[in-house]
Design a protein around this ligand. Structure first.
Ligand code: ZN
Ligand code: ZN
Length: 267
């Protein structure tokens, strides 16, 4: 199984794991996780460099780099140069996470919109898929994706937790949905219905570590080893065996992000 979105190399306060990155990856491998996609998308170049370094140090890890919508206001010429340089590296399998977050509004909405569009244009230049973060901005997210021709490269709605209508529209546009541990919560919103309706060949699974740990770890620090719990819940919803779901979601991740994801974590 593959954790397609985890901030395991994050440099921000309180993000460190017991045993460091080596410890977290050893626990993931022991739990049957074959590959981890490490997202480096904070508000500075150090965050991106840390994700790239993690992927270089561990063949079973790939990176995604970009500027989170929260931090869109930080983008100046030098920071954008760092985005362009890291996204072009072979260890980096997608551009992001980028998008719109109108829940927290940590950056002005017009700035988020402009920086989101730049990420899409970059992904198209590099021919790499997009990793999309969206919250309380579903309609505008879809509109920007359409206007910028994001379907040319495709991508994933990471940590999908929106409305079923949005999920189906994103699938219609050719994007994948990555399902987080929220699906195991009692109040999972419309995620369960969306998982039921989504074609099996368009689902991915993620932890979004260190956030959103699935039941029974809810409220604690999340880590890639727990992706198995989310996978089990999705298998139950889909009426499939764990092995069937694992095979399908692994194939989906490789199809979207490329053959690098076939490299397994060292056990
Ligand atoms: Zn996100
Ligand atoms: Zn994230």
């Amino acid at each position: 199984m593959i954790d397609t979105h985890a901030h395991i190399a994050a440099t921000w306060e309180g993000a460190a794991y017991p045993g460091g990155t080596v410890g977290v990856l050893a626990r993931a491998a022991a739990a049957g996780v074959a590959h981890v996609v490490c997202v480096g998308a904070g508000g500075d170049a150090a965050e991106m460099a840390a994700a790239v370094a993690c992927a270089r140090a561990h063949p079973g890890v790939s990176a995604i780099t970009g500027i989170h919508p929260h931090d869109a206001k930080n983008v100046d010429a030098a920071l954008w140069q760092a985005v362009v340089q890291t996204c072009a590296l072979p260890e980096v399998v997608a551009v992001g996470e980028t998008g719109l977050d109108f829940h927290y509004d940590s950056s002005p909405r017009d700035v988020q919109d402009a920086i989101f569009r730049r990420h899409i244009q970059l992904a198209r230049q590099l021919r790499k898929p997009l990793c999309i973060h969206t919250r309380d901005a579903e309609e505008l997210t879809l509109r920007v994706l359409r206007e910028e021709g994001a379907d040319a490269v495709g991508g994933v709605i990471h940590c999908f937790s929106g409305t079923c209508a949005f999920g189906l529209a994103a699938l219609d546009f050719g994007f994948y949905l990555s399902i987080p541990g929220i699906v195991t919560f009692k109040k999972a919103g419309e995620i369960v219905e969306t998982v039921q309706k989504a074609p099996l060949d368009r689902l991915l699974v993620e932890t979004d570590s260190p956030f959103l740990a699935p039941i029974p770890h809810r409220g604690k620090q999340n880590e890639p080893a727990y992706v198995a719990l989310t996978l089990a819940k999705i298998a139950e919803i889909k009426g499939l065996s764990l092995a069937e779901l694992e095979r399908a979601t692994d194939e989906n991740a490789v199809r979207l992000f490329g053959p690098r994801l076939q490299v397994r974590l060292a056990g």
